[in-house]
Write a protein of this length. Structure first.
Ligand code: GLC
Length: 409
């Protein structure tokens, strides 16, 4: 596929998934791209950030609109929800197929990986729009402070998620044990998750209480790698102000905690910590590689991750890398997961993160291969939600927004 062809195809998806209007429930204008018109007709937090990054290559004003709409969903305490139901009339069908933790019918009470400051930084770098930056800064500082205050009760620099969907990698096998999954299927996942939802019901909205209850408490490596990356972007966006140092310090703290608490020297991988007791969850998944997105990851760790995991055909180096779970895991499910997602197929967003990360660490050839394989998946199967790591067969939602990240790879 030529660059122009790819751009036209991505434009068709992104503009096709555009939602514009005024919300009945708060009178605010919305203007954003939904992940998929059929499966995901609302605004999702990290999807929206990915859409904005792809849009930078097509329509910078639309990229700003995407982020302005997301930021307009921030609550007075700084929290930004993982789903905003701008068009309520689309809810019945969606809710019959999904469960969402809520304190309001209009948005979720849960978060998603905090890639927002990085996204705003990219928009600012591309456009130089000072007004956009100035309007974004109070929202961003409030949101990252909210995360620190409400999601890091032990103050170690690692924020915790209260449900797997908050990490964006919903059914990853790394959560099986903490969830007490009895049946390895999407129904099994929903059944286990429903118990968490029921336990949270009386405390929904009080995240500190929820974390103290220790029902599902995950210091997730993917979330914290993205958190550290976001904090660095925020510090740069704040350059010259007193607040910059605060977020720089926080980013250092998160990086140091990832190294001291999540890195397992013997296994050569990063592991999440489960529960208030911080028990390492010794399951390798795409998340175990995510600290590569930190530019200051020590070189020996970078090399170990690349040599042991990324480039090994036994683990992540499948014909269409990088699978969400290594091929060596007995739970690896490369084919159609029937909703039981993040257990094998390759996703474009993690390829976007990791191809840039590898390039920055000096692995240009590896990065190029990941990019060209991702492009092959799209050329062969269109913009799908995820792809079969052996055949490039497209799986999950069709016309899926964030696969347009290929434009930024
Ligand atoms: C699925 C994914 C999540 C994504 C959402 C919308 O739930 O696991 O990461 O944000 O779909 O695309």
């Amino acid at each position: 596929m030529q660059r122009t062809e790819l751009e036209e195809a991505a434009r068709t998806i992104l503009l096709g998934n555009l939602r514009r209007g005024v919300a009945d429930w708060n009178g605010k204008e919305f203007n954003f791209v939904c992940p998929s018109l059929t499966g995901y007709p609302f605004q999702w937090f990290w999807d929206s950030c990915f859409h904005a990054i792809a849009l930078l290559h097509l329509d910078q004003e639309q990229a700003k609109a995407e982020m302005r709409t997301l930021m307009s969903g921030a609550l007075p305490d700084g929290f930004i929800p993982h789903i905003i139901f701008w068009e309520m009339e689309k809810q019945p069908d969606f809710l019959s197929r999904n469960i969402v933790g809520r304190t309001s019918e209009f948005y979720s009470a849960t978060m998603q990986p905090p890639i927002i400051a990085y996204t705003v930084e990219r928009i600012y770098q591309a456009t130089g729009d000072e007004e956009f930056r100035a309007a974004a800064l109070p929202v961003l500082t409030a949101f990252y402070r909210w995360l620190r205050l409400n999601r890091d009760p032990d103050n170690d620099g690692l924020i915790a998620v209260i449900q797997p969907e908050e990490a964006g990698t919903d059914c990853s096998p790394k959560y099986d044990e903490a969830l007490g999954l009895e049946e390895l299927s999407n129904q099994g996942f929903i059944a286990a998750l429903s118990k968490v939802y029921a336990a949270y019901e009386p405390m929904r909205g009080d995240d500190r209480r929820i974390l103290a209850a220790d029902i599902f408490h995950f210091e997730d490596v993917l979330v914290n790698s993205i958190y550290a990356m976001g904090l660095r972007s925020l510090a740069r966006l704040l350059a010259g102000s007193d607040e910059a140092a605060e977020f720089e310090r926080e980013a250092d703290k998160t990086r140091d905690a990832l190294l001291s608490k999540c890195w397992d020297e013997e296994a050569g991988a990063f592991f999440d910590l489960s529960g208030v007791a911080e028990t390492p969850v010794k399951v390798v998944s795409i998340s175990s590689l995510m600290p590569l997105i930190l530019d200051d990851l020590p070189r020996p760790i970078v090399e170990r991750l690349v040599d042991k995991w990324v480039t090994s055909p036994d683990h992540f180096w499948t014909p269409y890398p990088l699978p969400s779970v290594p091929a060596s895991d007995p739970k690896f499910m490369p084919g159609n997961p029937r909703g039981f997602i993040w257990r094998g197929p390759s996703w474009i967003n993690t390829n976007w993160f990791l191809s840039h990360a590898l390039r920055r660490h000096g692995y240009a050839e590896l990065a190029d291969t990941i990019v060209s394989k991702s492009q092959e998946c799209i050329a062969k199967s269109g913009f799908r939600e995820y792809y079969h790591p052996y055949t490039a067969e497209g799986l999950g939602a069709r016309d899926f927004g964030w696969s347009s990240l290929i434009l930024d790879m």
